[in-house]
Design a protein around this ligand. Structure first.
Ligand code: C2E
Ligand code: CA
Ligand code: CA
Ligand code: CA
Length: 377
């Protein structure tokens, strides 16, 4: 039942222990394959029972998440599972594995310990992960990345306050690829480290050409902080570009801020003491509890587009946004709402006391030259 596919060899004791546990869970109609590290594929021929395959995936994840003893060490393996159903999702093992792999990629994008069933749309939207890895590496070597800049504004008078740098990939055959497609892969392969350093330098250089009161926001991945070189890299980018620290804003997500033992809070305090602003990005999409906001070293929160898109229609979103704005005010945090697409949303946010907004209504991401022109208007 345990099939060591795609050339990976189950060599060490840990993997053997995991494999044994996995084997104990599967039925004869189910094939479980390990695709790499903590990645598993299930191929089920019980076509009418996707729930059974999902349940198997859950059991596999639960079992391998229990500590395993390897040479006196207790090791906790994670696990992500992609599932393909035969014959609907493929008629050959290769095709089924490929589709399970696409589902696995989605599962991993949702965090550790997730399982996903293959859906046909995955084939069209996702590049095959392995070809994506190769493509990304050559993209980096061939300079196919570039930045666009999306403006953000003060709500009261719609004054331009700054731009957020957003990464784009000019793919030789696919055209412009958005970061949702490749950031996770860049993180998994470690490419995000050189790429993230490049974004920082390049964005600071662009912003140094803008008027002095126009700020720059840069997105950072949690991995960039794990290396411990982040504060030095930021100092260097500021030095080379001549950008004042008070004009730089770093956007981090909750999962970055919640990483324990990474020394990240200390690093962020150091950056703040130089005048750099720290923003909590995508607020409301993660583990957010309002009460922990108090303890984080942040200056601003960005309320996720998910709340804003429904703010005028249903009450719960509006009530949540109101509560977040009230709490931020009490904690003296600035607030930016992302994804404003209509005047109605903007008016609602103004009425609720949100300080800053960003979204297609007032400005889409644009090239550096356009951003520069806009910054002088
Ligand atoms: P984010 O930080 O939440 O960025 C906002 C995303 O929402 C951007 O997508 C932007 O184009 C889009 N957006 C802005 N206004 C609107 C609107 O009114 N309506 C709609 N429908 N969408 C809007 P984008 O550029 O595809 O970026 C996606 C995510 O990729 C970003 O989400 C950010 O988490 C990540 N990302 C982008 N650039 C970088 C980077 O340089 N480094 C890292 N680590 N992550 C990045
Ligand atoms: Ca952001
Ligand atoms: Ca955001
Ligand atoms: Ca977002």
């Amino acid at each position: 039942t345990v099939n060591d596919t795609l050339g990976h060899v189950v060599g060490d004791q840990l993997l053997r222990a995991v494999a044994t546990r996995v084997a104990e869970e599967a039925q004869p109609s189910e094939l479980v394959a390990r695709l790499g590290g903590d990645e598993f594929a299930i191929i089920s021929s019980q076509a009418d029972q996707p729930e059974a395959a999902l349940a198997l995936a859950e059991r596999i994840i639960a079992r391998i998440s229990r500590p395993i003893s390897v040479e006196d060490h207790r090791v906790i393996a994670g696990g992500s599972v992609g599932i393909a159903m035969a014959p609907a999702d493929g008629t050959s093992v290769i095709e089924l594995l490929k589709n399970a792999d696409l589902a696995l990629y989605r599962a991993k994008a949702e965090g550790r310990g997730q399982a996903r069933l293959f859906e046909p749309e995955m084939e069209h939207t996702a590049l095959s992960r392995r070809s994506l890895e190769l493509d990304l590496r050559s993209a980096w070597e061939n300079g196919q990345f570039f930045l666009v800049f999306q403006p953000f504004f003060r709500v009261g008078d719609r004054k331009l306050c700054g731009f957020e740098a957003l990464l784009r990939w000019r793919h030789p055959t696919r055209g412009i690829v958005a970061p949702a497609t490749f950031i996770a892969c860049a993180e998994e392969t470690g490419l995000i480290l050189p790429l993230g350093a490049w974004v920082l330098t390049e964005a600071c250089r662009a912003a140094a050409d803008w008027p002095d009161d126009v700020r720059l926001a840069v997105n950072l991945s949690p991995l960039q902080f794990r290396s411990g070189h982040m504060p030095d890299q930021i100092r260097e980018a500021l030095r080379v570009s001549g950008l004042k620290p008070s004009r730089l804003e770093l956007e981090l997500t909750e999962s970055t801020l919640l990483e324990e033992g990474s020394g990240i809070h200390g690093a962020l305090q150091g950056l703040r003491s130089q005048g750099i602003t720290i923003a909590l990005d995508d607020f409301g999409t993660g583990y957010s509890s309002l009460s922990y906001l108090r303890s984080l070293p942040i200056d601003r929160i960005k309320i996720d587009r998910g709340f804003i898109s429904r703010i005028c229609e249903d009450d719960p979103s509006r009530a949540i946004v109101r509560a977040v704005l009230q709490l931020s005010a009490a904690l003296k945090l600035e607030t930016t709402a992302e994804g404003i697409e209509t005047e109605e949303q903007l008016e609602t946010l103004r009425a609720e006391g949100c300080g800053y907004v960003q979204g297609y209504l007032l400005g889409r991401p644009m090239r550096a030259t356009e951003a520069r022109d806009m910054s002088f208007q």
